[in-house]
Ligand binder design. Sequence first.
Ligand SMILES: [Zn+2]
Length: 414
Amino acid sequence: MNSESLFTVALGLMPPWQVLDLQFDLEKGRIDFQVGFTSGAKFTCPECGEAEQGVHDTRTRTWRHLNFFQYQAFIHADLPRVRCSGCGKTKQVPVPWARPGSGFSLLMEALLVVLAKQMPVRAVAQLMGLHDGQIWRVLDHYVEAARQQEDFSSVQSVGLDETASRRGHNYISLFHDLDQKRLLFACEGRDKAVVAAFVEDLEAHGGQSENIDSVCIDMSKSYVAGVGEHLPHAEITFDPFHVMAIVNKAVDLVRRQESKTEPLLKKTRYLWLRNEANRSQRQQEHFDSLPKSRLKTARAWRIKTLLQEIYQQCQTITDAEQALNRWYNWAIRCRLEPMKDAAKTIRRHWNGILSWFDGHLNNGGVEGTNGLIQAAKARARGYGTVRHLITMAYLVAGKLTHLPAPPFITRCCG
Ligand SMILES: [Zn+2]
């Protein structure tokens, strides 16, 4: 077998395509394959499917392929166009190794997708000797194509939260499937219109807004309004993490006010916010040494701790409602304005806070997905556009089932 035939097989080419010539340039570190079709070959019209069309003319194109050993590899070919006897149009014939318009072979694109799932795009670009933009174009294409084939018809429980794309300049809203633990939809903004955009996307993927029976959100007015308007069948549950965040913020406000006259409170911020398990030994000793019986901050902290215990210990809505009522009565009478405000916020969101206790929504899954979203942010870091962040979020957290398979086939010889 000569080397042209060998590479024809290795590249997976089928007649009429074959390797005509190859050039290896050690200095430039590259191998170039000239691929062509046998003269007189006939092609099917890509427009109407009319078979056996003669070649009208050709256009020379180049594709970057997977490396040959440590050397960059390129495929060159004169792409045929047919002037179709059926539909009368002049059309470029697609090639089996690349998709139309791409400067990469399919296997090279598959490798870029696999790498970008694991490492920052900038690192992939450096590794492969490419520009970032070339990689983003490939990712945008495959993520969008894979998403188009996703089926959302079984989606019933949705978690919605937001993340800042870059130092708080832009926000994106993230919609999670709480049962399948996957990112369903992401878009810019955090107003109520994002829920309308989600419903449109859901229905484009075979889902139905009436099937969404529960939604887990934070207490932002715009999310509450958006869900009320566009997912009217969904019961709202407020995410305990956000409920605790509001109470923690109130504790910190009490501390800040009190520390103006109480020097003991200096450098104690995290002592009040952290759980005992997360304090170092030194922090714990410091915390134990504070005179908690007279500090207002300690009173606020005890109120917070009780709420935390309610979340940890109450098994049913009935238990939780009794405990939450006792908690509210304490907090609203505590004479600490920030804590009273937090208690009022909780009273306003009462049913949504209690509905968490029926155990329907699994928030652990959202946290797992959020870890992936944070990884996506890290991988898209340095790219100003929200679109890149969203593409990366789908890639790592969307559980997309129609992405290209990894290019390296592992054959088992067992
Ligand atoms: Zn045709």
